[in-house]
Write a protein that binds this ligand. Structure first.
Ligand code: URA
Length: 399
């Protein structure tokens, strides 16, 4: 069968549920060779997939491993996915915010790769926080606290892991149907009623142009809805970092500040927008009412809500404005690369990140600064400092 499925893809013959589920099952069983997987991905990359085919691929990948369901908990079950950005700590704020307003948030998150940080890396900058809890523990936290944020364990959408590894090796990562199925399959395992997607656009984002981000958003929304989950998307700016903090423990601290009612305006506005609850969400954040839910969630995951790992031997330097004027750019990609060089991010999935390093970006686009004013604080442990300093200095344009 595998050769027929491959020929159909090569010749652009639309495949049905049986063919696509059959292929995914065969990949899981190990009966498709790496060369055949590579060819199949290359055909999808060059000839595309119809939305109906992408729905089957998403569903087959979702069902390739463990799925979670919450029959005895009252919903709605709701989650958010971001395509990844610099300083994007929205999940840490939004999950407890939604839970404090009666939603249930079973959030499965990933680790960072390259310059974009991952929610799990941020949570692991809290002493003791476990991102590998088993389904019965997750069920208890969802019922009692209203939200959990945990990792995508190896038994969640295992076919995505196999396909993703080959995509990396065969230059087939940037295919809209493959990205769509990859992202959605890992979210839909959590038994969601509703998913909001934050598709980032700009220098610090996976999608650099609005057209590319819109095409991905359209595909995610169409396929998510067809797969039975009410899905919507917004395109948001990633030309400068989100908020002030970039780096794992620093971002946790900023999330706590935001849950306490004093977050930076761009972060607060984005959380409110993504919540879909407008001024109710803003008032809830300002009142600090979601903070106890965060603390309960952290404790339920084994973490200490009072202790981040920022201290871990880091030193601090300041980057000063070379001239007076208005900040014209604070380039997200440059700042993200700087944090990466300091050790906040990873090159390969197995690399370790440093919880304490990163930056606080104190001057944002549109701010007026005077020569000698602090543009950014850099927290380092000795690694990559010269390169990071250079990247930060070049990220700011003052005019
Ligand atoms: N993130 C994913 O999870 N999958 C992709 O294919 C791209 C980004």
């Amino acid at each position: 069968m595998i050769d027929i499925w491959l020929e159909q893809r090569r010749d652009g013959v639309e495949q049905g549920e049986a063919e696509i589920f059959g292929f995914v099952r065969a990949v899981l069983a190990g009966s498709v060779s790496p060369a055949q997987i590579g060819a199949w991905l290359a055909f999808v990359m060059t000839r595309g997939m119809t939305p109906a085919e992408t729905v089957f691929l998403t569903q087959a990948m979702t069902q390739s491993g463990t799925t979670l369901s919450w029959p005895d908990i009252e919903g709605p079950f709701i989650d958010k996915h971001s395509t990844g950005g610099v300083g994007d700590k929205v999940s840490l704020v939004l999950a407890p915010l939604w839970a404090s307003l009666g939603k249930r948030v079973p959030m499965l998150s990933g680790r960072g790769l390259g310059i974009t940080g991952g929610t799990l890396d941020k949570l692991e900058a809290i002493r003791g926080y476990r991102t590998d809890l088993a389904p019965p523990q997750l069920h208890k936290i969802l019922a009692e606290v209203g939200c959990f944020i945990t990792g995508q364990t190896p038994d969640i959408a295992p076919v995505d892991r196999i396909l993703y590894a080959t995509r990396n090796e065969t230059s087939t990562v940037p295919s809209i149907p493959l990205i769509t199925a990859s992202i959605l399959s890992k979210k839909l395992v959590a038994g969601l009623d509703c998913l909001i997607l934050d598709v980032k656009v700009g220098s610090g984002a996976f999608m650099k142009t609005a057209a590319a981000a819109q095409a991905l958003a359209d595909s995610l929304v169409e396929v998510g809805n067809s797969a039975g989950c009410q899905t919507s998307a917004i395109l948001t700016d990633m030309s400068q970092p989100l908020g002030i903090a970039v780096g794992n423990a620093l971002e946790v601290e900023e999330a706590i500040t935001t849950l306490s009612g004093s977050g930076p305006p761009d972060l607060v506005n984005l959380v409110v927008q993504l919540s879909g609850l407008g001024e109710v969400a803003r008032a809830q954040l300002q009142s600090g009412a979601a903070l106890p839910v965060w603390q309960q969630m952290v404790r339920a995951h084994g973490g200490d809500p009072e202790a981040t790992l920022r201290g871990s031997g880091c030193k601090q330097i300041e980057i000063l404005a070379p001239a007076s004027g208005c900040i014209l750019t604070c380039d997200a990609e440059g700042i993200g690369r700087a944090a990466f060089r300091l050790g906040a991010g990873r090159q390969r999935a197995a690399d370790k990140v440093h919880p304490g390093v990163g930056l606080r970006v104190l001057a944002k686009v549109g701010h007026e600064v005077v020569a000698g004013q602090v543009l950014a604080e850099v927290f380092h442990c000795g690694n990559g400092l010269d390169e990071a300093r250079d990247l930060v200095e070049r990220s700011f344009q003052i005019g």
